[in-house]
Ligand binder design. Structure first.
Ligand SMILES: [Zn+2]
Length: 128
């Protein structure tokens, strides 16, 4: 658990997913980029400890075969992925409204989530 979530979530699903931001498996992270604010569903196979180990292994290229596909071409290894969330999948709330009504709380949450956001999740939220 990542601590208290001051932002009032639309329902228990979002509240629970925000409370496990950055944990192994699925979570929801709050992301800002410039004036853009948004939620992203994020999935990572690693615990934080495993991610640190993974980063060391990647930096030191200890397992070079991991960077190649079956034909020997360089291929990225994903350590996480995410997609933008416009509506709550449980209750259907439009999340832009939730963010606009609680901008300060959202910004504080996004600042606290910064260290949990996997690199691929760091992509700026997309405008619809
Ligand atoms: Zn909801």
């Amino acid at each position: 658990m990542t601590g208290t979530v001051a932002l009032r979530a639309c329902c228990s699903w979002l509240k629970n997913m925000l409370s496990v931001a950055g944990e192994q498996g699925f979570s929801v992270v709050a992301v800002t980029s410039g004036d853009l604010r948004g939620f992203r569903v994020q999935a990572t196979p690693f615990t934080r400890w495993q991610a640190q180990t993974w980063n060391r292994v990647a930096r030191e290229s200890l397992l070079p075969d991991l960077w190649r596909d079956e034909d020997g071409r360089l291929a990225p290894v994903l350590d996480g992925m995410s997609f933008p969330l416009w509506f709550c999948p449980l209750c259907g709330a439009e999340l832009a409204c939730l963010i606009q009504c609680q901008r300060d709380e959202f910004d504080r949450l996004a600042a606290s989530h910064g260290r949990f956001v996997c690199p691929l999740s760091a992509t700026a939220p997309q405008e619809r």
